[in-house]
Design a binder for this molecule. Sequence first.
Ligand code: NAD
Length: 258
Amino acid sequence: MDTKNKEGAPKTAAMKGKSVVVTGAASGLGRATALLFAGRGARVVIGDVDARGKDVVQEIAEAGGVGEFVETDVTDEESVAHLMDIGDRDDTLDVLVANAGVSEAKGLLHEMDMKDWDRVLGIDLRGTVLCDKYALGKMMKRGHGSVINVSSILGVVGQANSTAYSAAKAAVANLSRSLGATYGPLGIRVNAVAPGYINTPLLASLPEDVRSVMVSREPIGRLAQPDEIAAVIGFLASDDASYVTGSVLMADGGYTAV
Ligand SMILES: NC(=O)c1ccc[n+]([C@@H]2O[C@H](COP(=O)([O-])OP(=O)(O)OC[C@H]3O[C@@H](n4cnc5c(N)ncnc54)[C@H](O)[C@@H]3O)[C@@H](O)[C@H]2O)c1
């Protein structure tokens, strides 16, 4: 795998000997992120409830990279601890991308089934916290590493009928700021990326008229492709971002700029 940086220098071996854990990488943004890090020479460990994570490992292998799939439910503490054990095999865990996430059945709060609230908060917030906790524990052994949590534009601005998702993603953003402040002096950077609408299966299930409204709200005039957001995650993980911690980096086509 031979990806190039802006100056044309090969990045193939930039992460050789390092491991990256990406949750929710059986699909969408996580998949694109796993492929990006594999292209940089990292061993990529995919944690997902969806066994299609194995297909992504296969894609990585076919491109000459190294990947592993660990069936993981990010809401389950033992499952996450096991994922990070595999991720840190031979003391190699360098990057966590806490990406696994789900959306909610949009609607009015007073009609909401609180089981849906618990499901979304459980995966999007508690799942992120658990992954951060166990990855940071590994990274603390070496006083080095980078954590990138996936928030959303809806963690930064509100949107009608988005309740649990917006609350969870706002918490993920501020969690990342506080962890950035806490672990910065300890040598570990923690940041969040806040994407706008991305063309992934999460959005594919929405009706076309809803997708058209989304596009109309993006000043850039289109949805993001998953690899455009993966590239921002790749930047945050890299030494190019050595002075970036505790930040919530908008990658939203200008959505929150207007
Ligand atoms: N698609 C968008 O427009 C958009 C915008 C902003 C932020 N995001 C965020 O990006 C992230 C990735 O979303 P996507 O669009 O690629 O969605 P996706 O549905 O394509 O992928 C999400 C992945 O998370 C996995 N997952 C769900 N529950 C899990 C659990 N309990 N444990 C482990 N894995 C689990 C799914 O199996 C899936 O592979 C999410 O956090 C999402 O909130 C997406």
